[in-house]
Design a protein around this ligand. Structure first.
Ligand SMILES: [Zn+2]
Length: 94
């Protein structure tokens, strides 16, 4: 995350976005300015993301979801990846 956590603010419009680092710069300083590590995300969704995932990297987020919420079932991930790749191949990105 983003050094200072921004609180959820119900008054923020959904168009208001801020930077999110896929690999948190608190742990991966070398990735701080790498464009591939940065996405612009809606402010409030960003706050909620970090409330749930803290400063986990994408692999750790998936591990957390699989182990905490999905009972170790990874079939959903496999199905999702297969469909996602097909959509991408056909020019229909999410
Ligand atoms: Zn973030």
């Amino acid at each position: 995350m983003c050094k200072k956590r921004k609180p959820f603010d119900p008054g923020k419009p959904s168009e208001f976005k801020n930077k999110h680092h896929l690999f948190p710069t608190s742990r991966y300083l070398e990735l701080k300015n790498k464009p591939d590590n940065i996405v612009m995300v809606p402010y409030n969704e960003h706050a909620l993301y970090h409330a749930l995932f803290t400063n986990r990297n994408p692999y750790e987020c998936l591990d957390y979801l699989v182990s905490t919420f999905w009972g170790g079932r990874i079939g959903y991930l496999k199905d999702f990846l297969r469909v996602y790749e097909e959509r991408k191949k056909n020019g229909k990105e999410t």
